[in-house]
Design a binder for this molecule. Structure first.
Ligand code: ATP
Ligand code: MG
Length: 573
């Protein structure tokens, strides 16, 4: 993207997404009386990841743009995997992204309504109880080119179906012993029409309804119906639901027959529209796999900064704006794609450049002694908080005789192009003086233990002597005015670009070096006061954020992202 493009106001450059075009067509036709209502329907069986953020931006974005409302609906139809902790975290993550919902609904609010509707389905010959095993049912499904085989229970009398269905909803019912199936078409080209299972027995108590229910509707028998009950006008979801759409519409047909509005075809009928999922390179997005990573302690938790979860990204230091900008930039299409992690990181860098407070931190320290600076003397140097934001102000950083600098910023025998510290050459110490290196001290193994330099007292920023040309500027912290810290630096979680497309077990594809801990870092005092949630730039290194694991004695920082995309460069080598 060129600078001009970036600076063009969004409204001017953005064309409508295909979803917005469809919504505008519906509005132009006067459907639903011009009302726009969407929903975001998470299943509370895990934490939200950046893929969900794409759906959230779409669902809430469309509602906002067309002056409608977006509600939240927890698709809580499988108590064995769901709980309230997930509900709470989902709410928090959506707010963090900056969206406001209208109502909070739960599919479990409709259990009674759905049950009554299922009874109607049975009474009208549209559903039957099947006592075969899941395997038998699967075997009889047929293939896309060969029709399925009808279940031996397909034509059992209504009364028997009703009795068995009620039996399914008792504490004695054995999971897997019976299911309720819609009686549709075992030869339909669309496999979802081959008598889909619509109710199954689950004896795990539900996080909201407790032990009131013992059998629960399947996704296909709950989702569209819930949309309809709430008055959703546009049910926007991801492409894997394209083959479910005819069934979605079929059940709404039944529902309209049931509630007596069948003749009014255009009224209150939610329209399902599908867009492509977000997939990111070097990570996985399936909740099942994310659960495995957490349960098997392959990461430190759902909010491990290496995870693609929103809580992980928040902890790592990504801003919600950068995630939204990234999602905006990749857009919505009808084709599944693999999105480049580097693009997300570029969006993070671009946003944090505007937000982050610049501080000094030394990750791999070596001591620098300014031999002509008096022992015990200190000076408060002015450090600009953010050159990109005048309103961000400045803070003081203390200068003294003994400093820490990065080991990599010194070379004893340096090549010509090394513009950092080397004997005989001058460098500028950021916000302070120009110093000339005079030598170094080594231990018996030849490891450098101390570097010496002399400063030019007339070269402080703003003074006459500061104006001469010095190629390198180094960051530093004063040994007596800094706090020892731990810094966690992250790399790709997986070693392969698309772990989901790999035949090997995804655990084998994990990058064993995805986290590197530097436990002997020094940050200036000011940086040590920063809390999780405050965006920081460690000058010359990258963007960082304090981690909740830190204490006042030993703060911990996460590296959010480097200043430049060094990773892409490495790959080209
Ligand atoms: P699973 O990984 O178990 O299939 P899920 O990711 O679909 O679960 P849900 O809680 O059902 O989890 O998702 C809520 C909504 O988020 C759905 O509408 C779904 O289409 C959308 N969504 C989930 N993953 C992505 C993704 N990678 N990109 C875009 N939207 C997504
Ligand atoms: Mg899902």
């Amino acid at each position: 993207m060129s600078k001009e493009e970036l600076e063009t106001p969004k409204e001017e450059k953005k064309s409508l997404s295909f979803v917005e075009q469809l919504v505008e067509e519906d509005l132009a036709e006067g459907k639903n009386g011009g009302r726009i209502q969407t929903r975001f329907p998470p299943e509370p069986n895990g934490y939200l990841h950046i893929g969900h953020a794409k759906a959230i931006c779409m669902d809430f974005g469309v509602a906002e743009k067309y002056h409608g409302v977006c509600n939240l609906r927890f698709d809580d139809t499988n108590p064995s995997k769901e709980n309230n902790e997930y509900v709470e975290n989902i709410l928090h993550d959506i707010q963090w992204l900056g969206f406001k919902w209208g109502h909070i609904y739960y599919a479990s609010d409709y259990f009674q309504k759905l049950w009554d509707f299922a009874i109607w389905m049975i009474e009208n010959g549209h559903a039957y109880v099947d006592e075969q095993t899941a395997e038998q049912i699967a075997e009889q499904k047929g293939t896309p080119t060969t029709p399925g085989t009808p279940s031996p229970y397909r034509d059992r009398p209504v009364e028997e179906n009703l009795r068995l269905f009620r039996q399914m909803n008792t504490p004695e019912a054995v999971e897997g012993s019976m299911v309720l199936r819609a009686k549709l078409d075992m030869a339909n080209d669309n496999m979802h029409f081959r008598d889909p299972i619509i109710y199954r027995i689950i004896q795990t108590p539900h996080h909201r309804t407790g032990t009131k229910w013992h059998c629960y509707p399947m996704y296909d028998f709950a989702h569209g119906q819930s949309d309809y009950f709430e008055g959703v006008t546009h049910s926007i979801c991801t492409l894997e639901f394209v083959p479910h759409r005819p069934l979605y519409n079929k059940f709404i047909d039944f529902l309209k027959e049931y509630d007596g509005t069948a003749d009014n075809l255009n009224d209150n009928r939610p329209r399902q529209i599908e867009f492509n999922r977000l997939n990111l390179t070097y990570t996985v997005m399936s909740k099942r796999k994310l659960h495995t990573l957490v349960d098997e302690h392959l990461v430190r938790g759902w909010d491990d900064p290496r995870m693609p979860t929103l809580c992980g990204m928040r902890r790592r230091g990504y801003s919600p704006e950068s995630i939204r900008n990234f999602i905006d930039s990749i857009g919505y299409t009808k084709f599944d794609a693999l999105n480049d992690m580097a693009l997300l990181e570029a969006a993070v860098r671009e946003d944090l450049n505007k937000k982050a407070t610049r501080v000094s931190a030394v990750l791999d320290p070596v001591k620098l002694v300014i031999t002509n600076y008096p022992e015990g003397q200190t000076e408060e140097m002015e450090a600009i908080n953010n050159p990109e934001d005048e309103t961000a102000g400045s803070h003081k950083i203390t200068f003294s005789r003994n400093l820490w600098i990065e080991r990599a910023d010194f070379m004893e025998d340096a090549p010509k192009k090394f513009f950092r510290m080397t004997p005989g050459k001058e460098v500028r110490l950021k916000n302070a003086y120009i110093v000339k290196c005079t030598g170094c001290t080594k231990d018996a193994d030849g490891k450098i233990t101390e570097i010496q330099a002399e400063y030019d007292p007339t070269s402080k920023s703003g003074m006459e002597g500061a104006n001469r040309k010095v190629k390198g500027t180094l960051h530093w912290v004063s040994c007596d005015h800094c706090v020892k810290s731990e810094v966690r630096v992250y790399d790709r979680l997986f070693n392969v670009e698309n772990p989901s497309a790999d035949e090997r077990d995804f655990r084998e594809l994990l990058n064993p070096d995805s986290m590197k801990v530097y436990d002997n870092c020094y940050v200036e005092n000011f940086a040590a006061t920063k809390k999780p949630g405050e965006y920081l730039q460690f000058q010359r290194i990258g963007y960082f954020m304090a981690d909740p694991d830190g204490t006042a004695e030993k703060p911990v920082f996460n590296k959010t992202v480097g200043l430049k995309d060094t990773w892409a460069k490495q790959q080209k080598k």
